[in-house]
Design a protein around this ligand. Structure first.
Ligand SMILES: Cc1ncc(COP(=O)(O)O)c(C=O)c1O
Length: 468
């Protein structure tokens, strides 16, 4: 682990700090946390994040071996910056991008601030209301209706752990000469050993992964694997230098080095054993509790529900018993389990906690049926924004009540967080389904970001209404 080793060596010198950061190796005040000793800046022996030649470079070489990438890049601002940089690598102001509608807000922010023009591809929905992947037919329709785009941007796996048919997308995008960029934020653990292939192994042009989400890296730690052209790589490098800090955290980078090492040691046998223990737990839950459990492709991410109760109620009940889960919507709760063996004693203890949580939920709460009235989103499979993003700045804004805002063009991007997938985009026409969905979210613990007056029941829209 080259970065970890360089950091150890540096700390062992016990040198006096006459440089940044201001905590001076955690010595400036008594009682500062001891980990500050490890919080270094780019000093001799610790390499240069934006021009790596020593430890960071060696760690990068090891990282790219994982997927045999042309190059891999560490990121210290999450997949967020990775999404920005991948788009900047392949597109210039005004270019058209085919983008999955249920992508993370970082993708839509990047499209807006990079001056790109999105063609929105709606995913298919499961009968349960869970959003899935975009079908190839939808991409074909997008290519036909909006020709001349420069790249395709997918999110796979989804927040629920469902993977797209990347091999087929690779064929299709190749046949149109388009790079395929994939936000694999939730799939840093994917690969042959895990049993679900990474989009990069399946031929995507560039893939971003949040190492911090499913591998043992510190929050914000992520990386990109790419097979860009030399020209695109130059642009990617420039973008990463521009968008990322000039003071990268060594704690974070060391944790990425560690996560890379952990990921590199996965074996098929070890993952099979871990998978068995996870599946055993799913069976136990289905048999011994009132939870219904299922998974999509990612078997370490289970989706649970309790008949008659909303996901939000289940999430709150589990939290009261000391089990914090990822996110709830409709009747489901998404749970990301530890990627390690789940010993029987631990599984049994969890089952007891869950039983208590559900018993308490039933005695204290009444069944909540509101989640059943989930509005159908995404009837139109391919669309563009009603008002181009570059024109939005020159429009006049008005505030309208939710009901009066229907059919007007939104000036706000409304984002349920988590998961951070925008419900309504800036520049998109407001529909009744958007409003119903927003109201539904407002009855849950999911916070809605992005609307200045949302909690007063208002949206900011363009004065003239639809400008299509
Ligand atoms: C699909 C997806 N992409 C990108 C991101 C952003 O990742 P990060 O938090 O690493 O910046 C998230 C975060 O939740 C996400 O869910």
């Amino acid at each position: 682990m080259p970065i970890v080793e360089a950091l150890y060596a540096h700390v062992e010198r016990k040198a006096t700090s006459w440089h940044v950061p201001g905590h001076k190796n955690g010595t400036v005040l008594n009682g500062l946390p001891s980990f500050l000793e490890w919080d270094k800046t780019e000093l001799a022996g610790l390499d240069d994040f934006h021009h790596p030649e020593e430890a960071i470079y060696e760690a990068k070489l090891l990282l790219r071996q994982i997927y045999d990438a042309s190059d891999s890049h560490f990121l210290v601002n999450g997949s967020t910056v990775g999404n920005w940089a991948m788009l900047a690598a392949v597109a210039s102001r005004g270019d058209r991008i085919y983008v999955q509608r249920n992508s993370h807000k970082s993708v839509f922010n990047a499209l807006e601030w990079l001056g790109l023009s999105p063609v929105l591809m709606e995913p298919d929905y499961h009968a349960t209301g869970i959003s899935g992947n975009v079908s190839r037919e939808t991409l074909e329709e997008a290519l036909k209706l909006y020709p001349g785009g420069v790249a395709v941007f997918l999110t796979s796996p989804t927040y629920y752990g469902e993977s797209a048919e990347i091999d087929k997308w690779v064929q299709l995008t190749k046949s149109h000469g388009l790079p395929l960029l994939v936000d694999e934020a939730h799939g840093a653990h994917f690969g042959e050993a895990f049993g679900v292939r990474s989009a990069f192994e399946l031929g995507a042009t560039a893939v971003v992964q949040s190492a911090h989400k499913t591998l043992p890296a510190l929050t914000m730690g992520a990386w990109i694997h790419e097979r860009f052209t030399d020209d695109e790589r130059r642009r990617l490098t420039r973008a990463l230098q521009a968008f990322q800090t000039s003071s990268p955290s060594y704690l974070l980078m060391a944790s990425l080095d560690f996560a890379r090492d952990y990921r590199q040691q996965f074996t098929v046998e070890q993952m099979l054993e871990i998978r068995n223990s996870h599946e055993h737990f799913h069976q136990q839950l289905n048999q011994h509790t009132e939870l219904d459990v299922f998974t999509f492709d990612d078997w370490s991410r289970m989706i649970v529900s309790c008949r008659g109760y909303s996901g939000n109620q289940v999430l709150a009940a589990l939290a009261k018993q000391g089990i914090d889960t990822e996110f709830a919507l409709g009747e489901h709760v998404v749970c990301i389990l530890p990627l390690r063996l789940l010993p029987e004693s631990e599984r049994n203890a969890w089952i007891e906690q869950i039983k208590q949580a559900l018993d308490m939920m039933k005695t204290e709460g009444i069944p909540d049926k509101r989640y059943m009235e989930q509005p159908i989103m995404g009837k139109i499979k391919v669309s563009s924004l009603a008002c181009p993003l570059d024109q939005l700045e020159r429009t006049v804004a008005v505030e309208r009540s939710f009901e009066e805002a229907v059919d007007f063009v939104s000036l706000e991007t409304i984002i349920p967080y988590p998961p951070g997938v925008p419900l309504l985009l800036r520049g998109e026409r407001v529909t009744q389904a958007h409003i119903e969905m927003m109201k539904q979210y407002m009855t849950t613990s999911v916070h809605l970001q992005g609307g200045e007056l949302l909690y007063e029941g208002k949206l900011r829209v363009i004065q003239e209404g639809i400008t299509e």
